[in-house]
Unconditional design. Structure first.
Length: 247
């Protein structure tokens, strides 16, 4: 998925993503004056982008770059069978355990070597039995993957070495009438993506030029998100959220 895949196999990053996906608001952000509208991003990328009246019953969904799986479980809320794919084997192992037993212990860094033991839990109302996970490369997805009513890809594109390889596959992954739920913070870094593979101009215009042959843009929005590194340091970013409808 990225030029530095080992980053995604570290225990520290796994714990950071478990907190990002499953941490309660007070566990993530104890500061009263903090940006609370940026919490629960893996939930909001589904709930704020999906067009429910136009989602078929018993739909199938694909969650690309699923990390530790919270968005995959949210998609299953609507009766969908969901497949989550991520490049990181440690993320997939964690998501699979959450699907199997519903919980997973992890540690949150508070300051220096001080940590707090926490437990990631899938909310009881979510349909864990409808979700499966597998390791895979978003730029080289297996040819027999099939197509889906919903394809969700949150903050994935700017972590790929060659994002065009995924973008060119999207029209075959989304069924006619289906939805592509896409977010990106447009954070193009050479450690992940060679400069020659960056958009030439705005990411929104670049994506529109690449997708408009097969998709109609149905919604755009700004989606803040917050990743905690420790109690006094956070990454606050604003992703571009987009819902595309496959023609």
């Amino acid at each position: 998925m990225s030029a530095t895949p080992n980053l995604y196999e570290t225990r520290r990053l796994l714990d950071e993503y478990l907190l990002f996906h499953y941490g309660m608001p007070a566990e993530v952000l104890p500061w009263e004056n903090g940006p609370r509208d940026a919490l629960s991003f893996p939930v909001r990328t589904v709930m704020e982008l999906i067009d429910l009246p136009n989602t078929p019953c018993e739909a199938a969904a694909l969650d690309l770059g699923c990390a530790v799986g919270r968005s995959s479980f949210e998609l299953a809320t609507f009766g969908m069978q969901v497949l989550g794919i991520d490049y990181s084997q440690s993320f997939i192992d964690a998501a699979s355990q959450l699907a199997s037993i519903g919980s997973l212990p992890y540690e949150r860094i508070d300051e220096g070597s001080t940590k707090t033991s926490l437990i990631a839990r899938v909310p009881e109302n979510l349909r864990r039995e409808r979700v499966t996970f597998e390791q895979g490369d978003a730029m080289h997805l297996r040819p027999d993957l099939g197509d889906y009513d919903i394809v969700h890809a949150a903050n994935l594109l700017c972590r790929l070495t060659d994002p065009l390889k995924l973008i060119e596959r999207l029209s075959s992954l989304v069924r006619p009438g289906g939805q592509l739920l896409l977010t990106t913070p447009c954070t193009w870094l050479e450690e992940f993506t060679p400069r020659g593979n960056w958009p030439q101009g705005s990411t929104r215009e670049w994506l529109t030029s690449l997708l408009e042959a097969h998709f109609d843009l149905a919604k755009t929005c700004d989606m803040p998100f917050l990743i905690r590194e420790h109690a006094r340091k956070y990454q606050w970013s604003v992703a571009l959220g987009m819902r595309w409808r496959r023609r």
